[in-house]
Design a protein around this ligand. Structure first.
Ligand SMILES: [Zn+2]
Ligand SMILES: [Zn+2]
Length: 238
């Protein structure tokens, strides 16, 4: 049933959004809303910290750790964030999040899935989108992390669990806060709602800035015995 519904949605999307590049408007091959020229010009996170995916200087060696990750143990194992939050990625994300342009969301999810190689995802048992507080879902109409997880789930054949963690507090938006304020704002904002049988999960989110949100969700999962926790986010902001 789910498969049929998914297939119907995919067909409807293809009718609504034929293969035209969402950035330049030219025809795009391969059933994707991105032409090869614009794809080549996207801001990529080519020198990420191997733990938190913070963009490092281009001169850094592959697989380096940032200063924070050298000094503090993170509650997660590894973040994958293929894009930098600027330029066309930022524009696509804003169209997705604030104007609910689902084609932009689909393209961002595809860029994320492209970066998740087979060895990384072969053992991931569940995708866990960062939950929004119900009041925020009502206000915005959807949870962008859930949309990304849904598309990644179809493409990578990994189930989504959106009910194991809930957001207990309706926190202020993290954007526009200092790092200290972000920490105070988000601490204790998540709780486990249902026990989880999975040992290896990937937290899904759209953009990672300080990483406080991912750390809080990962901390809850870790305390409930999840052995390996990855985070897959579309874009990283330093
Ligand atoms: Zn283009
Ligand atoms: Zn790091």
């Amino acid at each position: 049933m789910d498969f049929m519904v998914n297939k119907w949605i995919k067909n409807a999307q293809d009718l609504l959004f034929p293969g035209f590049c969402l950035i330049c408007g030219r025809k795009a091959a391969g059933g994707r809303d991105l032409c090869s020229r614009c794809a080549a010009g996207l801001p990529r996170n080519d020198h990420p910290c191997r733990c938190c995916a913070l963009p490092l200087p281009v001169t850094s060696k592959p697989d380096s750790l940032c200063g924070e990750c050298q000094n503090h143990r993170r509650p997660y194992d590894r973040v994958t964030a293929p894009c930098l939050y600027k330029g066309e990625i930022q524009r696509l994300h804003q169209a997705f999040k604030f104007q609910r342009k689902l084609a932009a969301g689909r393209l961002l999810s595809e860029l994320l899935c492209d970066a998740i190689g087979a060895p990384d995802n072969s053992e991931v048992q569940l995708l866990i989108p960062v939950p929004l507080h119900p009041s925020r879902v009502r206000q915005r109409g959807f949870n962008q992390a859930m949309e990304i997880a849904r598309i990644a789930s179809r493409r990578l054949s990994i189930p989504v669990n959106q009910s194991c963690i809930r957001r207990t507090a309706a926190t202020a938006p993290q954007s526009g806060l200092t790092k200290k304020e972000r920490i105070a704002n988000i601490r204790g904002a998540f709780a486990m709602k249902q026990p989880l049988a999975a040992e290896h999960v990937a937290i899904i989110d759209d953009v990672m800035t300080t990483g406080m949100t991912i750390e809080q969700v990962a901390g809850v999962l870790r305390r409930h015995g999840v052995r390996r926790i990855d985070a897959w986010v579309v874009a990283r902001r330093p």
